[in-house]
Design a protein around this ligand. Structure first.
Ligand code: ZN
Length: 245
């Protein structure tokens, strides 16, 4: 099969999973169960099957509920596209970890907190994969704990303002999953992505927005860590030249 076809199949599969992860991320700890048909959050009308097609429906509906015209969050197609791209570009062994990361991504964006149960599940998965499937050096085993310690220090020094303790646990998970070279690179990349996204947003909000975003604003960092992990894995980043270590 041509590789573009395989890419598309994996993308579509990822987008379908992403659509489910949206539901998990939005209903998690909200008192709602995962069962039951999806409904418009504003007018509560049950959605028809053609309004539930990943990515496609959002654009076909032009981002609005067809009954009450309320805007549908860009998170829905955004997370479907992201999950599709991740599934199309990383080995299937990483899929379960990234499925959990996508839910953490959504939850942190909305609530600015990383649920323990999710991050512990990802740490458990990373541990099992590292034990059973990876040939790990001592540095690979240390990457997670070292990243955890660095983030915990950042959390302590900023008194939880710049980084949350949940970010430290997520960094541990990423370090375990990706090992020394890609794990450390992932975190550096996440700071670059964070800066590249946050600075322009801060700049524009200073001039154009009533709601001011400043250095003191709580910015969810997990999405940047997760994008950094994906980017590092995608390009086999080795910013510190640790592969020979
Ligand atoms: Zn509606």
């Amino acid at each position: 099969m041509p590789s573009i076809v395989i890419f598309l199949i994996r993308f579509v599969f990822g987008a379908i999973i992403g659509s489910f992860l949206n539901v998990v991320g939005l209903r998690y700890r909200s008192g709602l169960t995962l069962g039951g048909r999806s409904a418009c959050a504003s007018c509560a009308r049950t959605l028809k099957w053609y309004e539930l097609v990943p990515i496609w429906s959002y654009f076909a509906l032009r981002g609005r509920c067809s009954t009450c015209k309320v805007r549908i969050s860009w998170l829905y197609p955004g997370m479907e596209i992201l999950t599709g791209l991740i599934f199309a570009t990383v080995l299937p062994g990483y899929w379960p970890a990234f499925a959990i990361y996508v839910v953490i991504f959504i939850y942190d964006l909305r609530h600015k907190i990383i649920p323990d149960s999710l991050v512990y599940a990802s740490i458990g998965y990373a541990l099992v994969v590292r034990l059973l499937f990876f040939h790990s050096s001592l540095a690979d085993w240390l990457a997670g704990p070292v990243l955890f310690a660095l983030f915990a220090l950042g959390w302590l020094l900023s008194r939880g303002r710049a980084l949350g303790f949940g970010d430290a646990k997520l960094a541990l998970s990423i370090g375990l999953l990706l090992g020394a070279s890609m794990g450390l690179s992932a975190i550096v990349l996440s700071f670059w992505i964070g800066t590249a996204i946050t600075l322009p947003v801060m700049f524009f909000s200073m001039f154009f927005s009533q709601k001011k975003l400043t250095m003191k604003s709580e910015i969810p960092f997990a999405p940047f860590i997760i994008l950094g992990a994906w980017g590092s894995l995608l390009f086999h980043l080795d910013l510190f030249h640790l592969t020979s270590f």
